[in-house]
Design a protein around this ligand. Structure first.
Ligand SMILES: [Zn+2]
Length: 268
């Protein structure tokens, strides 16, 4: 007997409900999460930034490339020992041909195979130098593709196979912990902002129960690719008040919670 239109609709709605993961919960007392991340293993991170973070007790994620970390290997070893996360930022940092610095190492000239080789070379150097295997990746320049025109391909699947998360750059929203694609996390840039501006972004993200991932570069006075140490202090002061219910930790720690909580929810 053919099913009525109403029962077909009910079956479709039921199937959709089954496909949805269960409700997501932050740990007890937390409304949302914030991670500070910094790219390129720039020397100001070791020389100025990490000592301040250590003083505050704030753990951050650093997405490194060998050309950067080779300038401060001992400092990076100490940073890992202090609890900061060492993430992965490719070996040769390829970006679009439109940036002068990457014209001779442009994503437009890459294939997926060449990108895989670049990624795996950096992983091997990080493991050999520091004895850690990164679980978090940041796309250089926030760009996620190789090739051009009809041959252009996303390399997000390469990241999904190698890492727990991949972080974008210059994105305009915080991550929905229930639904976000861990292989492409939104990264909100924090360079050049005042403390009150970053705190306002944190407040907006917490109202929606989100995970805000800040993305910066150098540490110092406010500048286009520099995060102000005072701005970090302002966020830390705000976020470390238990009444705010903010989980401030590395990408690896927060994403571990998401991966476990979401998979448990999906099994229900
Ligand atoms: Zn970079």
């Amino acid at each position: 007997m053919p099913l009525s239109r109403r029962s077909l609709l009910a079956a479709a709605v039921g199937a959709k409900a089954l496909a949805q993961p269960g409700p997501f919960h932050w740990p007890s007392g937390k409304r949302g999460a914030v991670s500070f991340t910094f790219d390129d293993a720039r020397v100001s991170q070791i020389d100025f930034g990490i000592p301040v973070l250590n003083h505050l007790g704030l753990k951050a994620t650093f997405y490194v490339s060998p050309s950067g970390f080779r300038q401060r290997v001992w400092g990076w070893k100490q940073a890992i020992a202090a609890g900061h996360e060492m993430g992965h930022h490719s070996h040769s940092h390829p970006c679009t041909v439109n940036y002068r610095f990457s014209r001779d190492n442009a994503l437009e000239d890459y294939t997926l195979g060449r990108m895989e080789a670049d990624l795996d070379r950096a992983t091997a150097e990080i493991e050999e130098t520091f004895g850690v295997r990164p679980v978090s990746f940041a796309y250089p320049c926030g760009q996620t593709w190789v090739g051009r025109g009809e041959e252009r391909r996303s390399y997000v699947p390469l990241i999904a196979r190698r890492f727990r998360t991949g972080r974008g750059y210059l994105n305009e929203a915080a991550n929905d912990p229930q639904r976000c694609d861990l292989a492409y996390l939104m990264g909100t840039h924090c360079d050049g902002y005042r403390g009150d501006q970053l705190v306002a972004q944190v407040e907006a993200a917490m109202k929606e129960g989100r995970w805000l991932v800040f993305a910066g570069h150098d540490f110092g006075d406010p500048a286009p690719q520099t995060t102000s140490i005072e701005a970090i202090r302002a966020v830390w002061t705000y976020a470390s008040d238990p009444a705010q219910g903010i989980w401030l930790d590395t990408v690896a720690t927060i994403s571990d919670h998401l991966a476990k909580t979401r998979s448990v929810a999906a099994q229900r």
